[in-house]
Design a protein around this ligand. Sequence first.
Ligand SMILES: Cc1cc2nc3c(=O)[nH]c(=O)nc-3n(C[C@H](O)[C@H](O)[C@H](O)COP(=O)(O)OP(=O)(O)OC[C@H]3O[C@@H](n4cnc5c(N)ncnc54)[C@H](O)[C@@H]3O)c2cc1C
Length: 313
Amino acid sequence: MIQIRRNISLARRMHYRIGGKARYFFEPQNALDIEAAVRWAFDRDIPFLVLGAGTNMLFSENGYEGLIIQLAKKEIQSEPGGIRISAGTMMADAVGFFTLRGLRDLSWAGGLPGTVGGAVFGNAGCFGGEMKDVIIEVASIAHDRASGTVEPRLRSSADCMFAYRESVFKRIGGEIITSVLMRATPGNEAAMRAEVQNHIEYRQRFQPIEYPCAGSTFKNIPLESVSEKVRSEFADVVKVDPVPVIPVAAILDRLGLKGKRIGGAEISAKHPNFFINRNKATFSDIIDSIALAKMMALERYGIVLEEEIRIVR
Ligand SMILES: Cc1cc2nc3c(=O)[nH]c(=O)nc-3n(C[C@H](O)[C@H](O)[C@H](O)COP(=O)(O)OP(=O)(O)OC[C@H]3O[C@@H](n4cnc5c(N)ncnc54)[C@H](O)[C@@H]3O)c2cc1C
């Protein structure tokens, strides 16, 4: 019998520190618990949603009228062929494990917030690395409400349809990631420590990590998707991520939005693609800031900004 809790505050669990209550809340310890929770929701015709560490999501003050499943199992184990990591493990712990053992596959992820499951879901990436580069296979619980099916599934990396901040889990849905098998490549331990530390320090210098937020609000803009005029206007800031892109931070900066405040929200003066909860921001403060940025980018440059964060109304 699983222990479902009721009326649990989401604001306390979200990096943004915004959000109402989850009507139902459950922390599974293993895959069987997850299956039982999904069946519980199916039987009662209740929607459900998986929460990692809440570093890429925004809930409204209305909360969630369904079941929030937040994976509690945090486990990292060596096995033949790689390192098995449960989806609820923090990326920081995975990075630490790899670094301590002289494995170089996760050095790019120094300072990346959130869980391993969340990082797989969005194919998180930074400093030239992406989750897709380190994953051998992903285990999940696949579920289908129409047929009532709830069953384990194993996908090879190629099966995961990884692309820029995309995966089959995000695009198609219907799966709760339970664990991943990651590559384990020996490297130079001192060099890896230095790389991880550099990335953490870079974030401290250039990202407003001292405020609640959800990371980059919008996906960067592929260079090939914009007009010749816009391409030449932003030629000096193009970066490879992993294809040539115009950073949204530069677009918002040139729109004069850097430091713009609406209520308690701020389009960060330190990094304008981070929309921070500066002072008791409400859901509407963040949403209005997002709407303003989208409208101005479209009007001035014909660019359609697409949210990277997941907004649950
Ligand atoms: C300061 C800061 C810096 C950041 N820098 C980066 C960066 O450099 N690169 C980058 O890519 N991102 C960055 N992010 C965004 C965020 O950290 C990543 O997207 C992270 O991978 C999200 O993990 P999470 O566990 O917090 O996911 P959550 O925010 O909890 O969830 C995100 C999505 O993943 C789904 N999900 C979570 N776990 C599972 C699971 N087990 N199975 C199925 N679905 C699941 C959720 O349902 C939701 O749709 C940053 C965020 C912050 C706050």
